[in-house]
Design a protein around this ligand. Structure first.
Ligand SMILES: [Zn+2]
Ligand SMILES: [Zn+2]
Length: 143
């Protein structure tokens, strides 16, 4: 029986075809700098929420969801077969729910993030925190 006080998080993919709902708490929020996560995301690190107790429900587009597991590893990701955006996946025979933080509609109510595999971080990563920040695209800077 589902408790009514459990947190519910909604999210979806880039094209909007896949929508989902996660019910229950997140145990951890990991920013992974390992080389697999950098290749996978094309970015400086992955940003995933983990839960051993939350449940995942596809609100729409569940049939579009594809997954990929790197041979010989536990590195796995799920994505929308239409737009390629990362979506949640149930891993380790159902024991672990992994939710890409960027797939969520709301970014509040998340546990504080932790950086992991920093020894493998990209050489340009230390510059990220110190990089100049603009509220929007700086047209006179980028053109
Ligand atoms: Zn999509
Ligand atoms: Zn990683």
């Amino acid at each position: 029986m589902q408790r009514t006080d459990e947190p519910v998080h909604q999210g979806g993919c880039l094209c909007g075809a896949v929508r989902f709902e996660v019910t229950g708490p997140f145990d951890a929020f990991m920013l992974c700098h390992c080389s697999r996560c950098r290749r996978d995301t094309g970015s400086v690190h992955a940003a995933n929420l983990f839960s051993g107790s939350a449940t995942l429900r596809w609100a729409s587009g569940g049939r579009l969801v594809r997954s990929f597991r790197l041979a010989g590893t536990r590195h796995e990701r799920a994505f929308c077969g239409q737009c390629g955006a990362a979506v949640p996946s149930v891993q380790m025979e159902g024991a672990l729910l992994v939710v890409p933080a960027g797939s969520l509609d709301e970014t509040d109510r998340l546990p504080p993030p932790t950086h992991i595999f920093c020894a493998d971080a990209a050489a340009w990563e230390p510059g990220v925190a110190a990089a100049p920040r603009f509220a929007k695209l700086p047209t006179d800077e980028v053109g």
